[in-house]
Ligand binder design. Sequence first.
Ligand code: ATR
Length: 287
Amino acid sequence: MKIDGKTQILGIFGDPVAHSLSPLMQNAALCELAVDAVYVPFHVRPVDLAGAVNALRALRIRGVNVTVPHKEAVLPLLDEVDPAARLIGAVNTIVNRDGRLVGYNTDGLGLLAALRDDLQFGPRGKRVLLLGAGGACRAALAALAGAGAVELRLANRNPARAEALAAGFASHFEGTTFAAFPLDDGAPPVSAVAEVDLIVNTTSVGLKGEELALPWAAIPERARVYDMVYRREGTPLCLRARENGHQAADGLGMLAGQGEAAFRLWTGLEPPFGLMKRRLLAEVSDQ
Ligand code: ATR
């Protein structure tokens, strides 16, 4: 790697940030395309977020990803927020356009790319059940509704959160029906999975090996399962879905997909096809 006076800086703000796989996959793509830029981790504590955002201007940093716990808190610190990111209420990518900081959310694009590449799934005209009602779910809702899903169902432990989300999004997407369901004994009711084409886990359940309860016998055979969680040994949800004959994929594709979309925003270039995902897979299989 050659760093000289013209090298541009990209990076990621997070707390913690040391575990992030983004530097590996972003630098792999920058290197492959010989872009004169480096991508570095910045450990930014909440109390320092405003200073760190100002430093993007002062240091003319080209752009950064934003991760936990800053995705929501960063919005008021930016000069402009893309309408989709505004609707989601979270920014994961900042682009520095000559001192103007513009916020985007590429998580939903990452999900759509993963659904397409890993599950050969396109949302147009489809019914989807989403488990959860947090920030990850909001990004998924905006992407799926924007891509023409006909019905989006939300099931969440705290049902009021799912209801509020369904009502909030319904007013933005006229072609999509939104519905909210509670969990009974941890599982969505049978009515939530009827005629469903895709089930997406947007919660962190599974990260530590916990299993998400689903009424498997009532889920149509054609339904695919996408788990935003990733575990090297496979997530309990993916393993169970495959056991029940469903096509399933884990969160690595979405992580690569959101990174590819951010890379396009910063560089205007198309990242080498599949490179970021291959770099992630190589890393996690080494651990
Ligand atoms: P994120 O921004 O990553 O989506 P979040 O806003 O904290 O994170 O949302 C986490 C989601 O996972 C929520 O929908 C949460 O359910 P509640 O709204 O009822 O809290 C869900 N979640 C977390 N742990 C869970 C568990 N053990 N069982 C079921 N749902 C869980």
